[in-house]
Design a protein around this ligand. Sequence first.
Ligand code: PEP
Ligand code: MG
Length: 326
Amino acid sequence: YRRNLVKLRGKAAVSRDGVKIRLLANIELPEDAREAAANGAEGVGLYRTEFLYMNRKTLPSEDEQYEAYARIVSSVQGPITIRTLDLGADKQVDSGRQLGPTPNNPALGLRAIRLCLKEPELFRVQVRALLRASALGRVQIMLPMISNLQEYRQSIGLIDLARAELEREGRKMAAEVPVGAMIEVPAAAIAAPMLARHARFFSIGTNDLIQYTLAIDRVDDEVNYLYDPLHPAVLQLIRHTIESGAQAGIPVAMCGEMAGDVRYTRLLLGLGLTDFSMHPASVLEVKRIIMDSDIGALRRTTARLLASTDLHEMRELIAALDQGDG
Ligand code: PEP
Ligand code: MG
């Protein structure tokens, strides 16, 4: 089975009815870039940068970050989407100073972009390193946990400042570094039409989007049974995000676990998703399903699923999608 999959490596991910899908990799460590390329990923849709901050007592300097980003950017063909620091809640590190008392609700607290905007120096160092690395490849900057337009604009303001600084210093950078928003807070998904007028791209983070939509702590085993990517509310938010992006003419990717789970590939194709980012090991399996799918038919079945209010009918439609009959 694996050997048959390997044959798909050099093939384009095109559906039976001719829709080209982009398959990208999620990576965490610089070594993962090799695995991504070996599995035929066309680029990186999510490079998590938290590892640089983990298991150490001090924060990584700009040069140290630049070297790590430069290594990845020069080894990846295609676009590479680097996410700015997403610390807090499920992603704790011991470096850095104590950032206030331990909150009661870390997932709702000062995490990710909120932390970076509160600590602009932390953000500035990372952004400078990212902009410098953009001289070496197709870097895109992705902002985690955006919950309103103001946060996006404030981040852009800081990124512009960093660019101006680097220009004054005579550093090389790409002329354009697209900045996009992760859509992983329900408010961002609902307000997607507004965000889409400003952001250059979206990437749906289903791990957090499901957590926040369903009010289920993603790391609490006691409520794990409620964590349901097929919940109608989750599907509506995903569809709304995809459609809002399409209307504004910006690309919409998905980089949460759902994008690499073959149980949901047909459903996501039916929702209109064209850019999937996942663990490198899932790329070929997802590609196999895409090449075997008629997206037009999947879209019709998915539209019926989203319009349905009958649990029995919904189960049947999900089963139909799963078996590949649109
Ligand atoms: C997500 O929330 O779906 C996501 C991709 O980010 P993380 O899992 O790192 O929070
Ligand atoms: Mg997330």
